[in-house]
Design a binder for this molecule. Structure first.
Ligand code: ZN
Ligand code: ZN
Length: 404
């Protein structure tokens, strides 16, 4: 039976931008290169623009506005608003609202605007070429952004801004350099097309290619190579489970220039309240995923009663650690509340005895140090458990191979 599925009409503006510009780049950039050639000035400026645009999308549009992973000084916000407009990926308001919907309904073909379930091409750029129903703007998830004057101003003047950043600036640079056409082609056109596609990889390839250490409940993947191309956004599996973390690559060696930029900004007073997910929660997510994997492997293994018992014992230990951690967290919360109350009381009454006061302070310091030690121990025990579970998993896999 033939299936009729009428596609929505093409979005002509987007077709020109996303099909016309790459075509122009493929034809014109090499042609001018053969005719006149490019020099280091032009290449370096193209690279600088690429990073300024890219980091404004990842650090500004994405981690600051869509996820509120930190707070930014107005100067930094304006910087992101200008250079982000230069990336030609729509205004902050539309971009962040779409992106919040992507996280909320990830992989849902009817609600996620760039659902990976609709194919690699669709999630890369197909979703922008037609007026799909999932593209209809709905700012009910972005009321906070509608109250941000920078976001509102950028949305209102978006076309003028993006024209100035993409054409005005490269023209000025070319005029200064003495080669208008070459500079516009490299810094304007080629840089724009390259930045488009590397950013789109986050929606397409980062949902297909890579590992899923933190959760298997959605298609997002961690991929170090993609992180290198996408200004650090390739650790997408981590990002989908802990979206409010200002980091995507959480290890110091993981390539994440966006996280380094935010951290640098916080050191010079341009960013604050950087959100970091506690290590325990991260370990818990990894272990949870490992347990699920081990259990489904176990179903195929034969003669595995002793392995199954070990796995269940480990799981019990895991649950106990989580419960202890929760208890410690609430204890810590209570302590903070009491400490605040005591400080206020002390301030009000100014109770005299200095020695008593000093004793109480030392006692409280000792208690919070003890609490911190317990938390560290728990984090360590989860790490050790991860190692044991990996060994157990190897045994299960051997057993499964044996059964096959
Ligand atoms: Zn995603
Ligand atoms: Zn995100």
């Amino acid at each position: 039976m033939a299936k009729t599925c009428a596609k929505p009409p093409l979005n002509l503006t987007n077709v020109i931008i996303f099909a016309g510009l790459p075509l122009a780049a493929i034809l014109l950039v090499p042609a001018w290169g053969i005719y006149r050639g490019y020099d280091a000035f032009q290449w370096l400026w193209a690279l600088a623009f690429l990073y300024l645009n890219g980091l404004s999308i990842t650090g500004g549009y994405h981690r600051l506005w869509a996820h509120k992973a930190y707070q930014a000084h107005p100067a930094l916000k304006w910087f992101f608003a200008f250079w982000g407009a230069g990336a030609l990926q729509n205004s902050i308001l539309i971009w962040a609202s779409d992106h919040r919907r992507h996280h909320r309904h990830v992989d849902d073909n009817d609600l996620d605007p760039y659902s990976a379930g609709r194919g690699l091409w669709f999630s890369h750029m197909g979703w922008m070429l037609r007026n799909y129903r999932t593209n209809e703007t709905d700012f009910s998830n972005a009321r906070d952004l509608q109250r941000d004057p920078v976001v509102v101003w950028q949305d209102r003047h978006y076309i003028a801004l993006t024209t100035f950043m993409n054409l005005g600036l490269p023209l000025a640079l070319g005029w200064w350099h003495g080669d208008l056409i070459g500079t516009v082609l490299l810094v304007g056109l080629l840089r724009l097309v390259v930045n488009h596609h590397v950013t789109f990889f986050i929606n397409s390839l980062a949902h297909y290619w890579g590992t899923r250490p933190y959760t298997e409940s959605n298609s997002a993947r961690d991929n170090g190579f993609l992180a290198f191309l996408t200004y650090g956004e390739g650790y997408h599996n981590y990002h989908h489970i802990f979206q409010a973390d200002y980091r995507n690559g959480i290890r110091w060696w993981q390539w994440d220039p966006t996280k380094w930029m935010i951290s640098l900004c916080s050191r010079v007073g341009l960013a604050s309240d950087l959100n970091r997910v506690p290590d325990f929660k991260i370990q818990r997510a990894i272990l949870d995923t490992q347990f699920q994997r081990a259990r489904s492997e176990m179903e195929q293994a034969q003669d595995s009663d002793s392995l199954r018992a070990s796995l269940e014992r480990e799981y019990q230990l895991f649950t106990e650690s989580i419960n202890q951690w929760k208890m410690l967290q609430s204890e810590r919360y209570e302590r903070k509340k009491t400490a605040l109350g005591d400080a206020l009381d002390g301030h009000r009454e100014r109770l005299g005895d200095a020695l008593e006061e000093r004793k109480a302070k030392l006692q409280s310091k000792w208690e919070s140090a003890a609490l911190r030690t317990k938390l560290r121990e728990l984090e360590f025990s989860l790490r050790m458990q991860r190692k044991r579970l990996t060994l157990l998993m190897e045994q299960i896999q051997l057993q499964t191979a044996h059964a096959a």
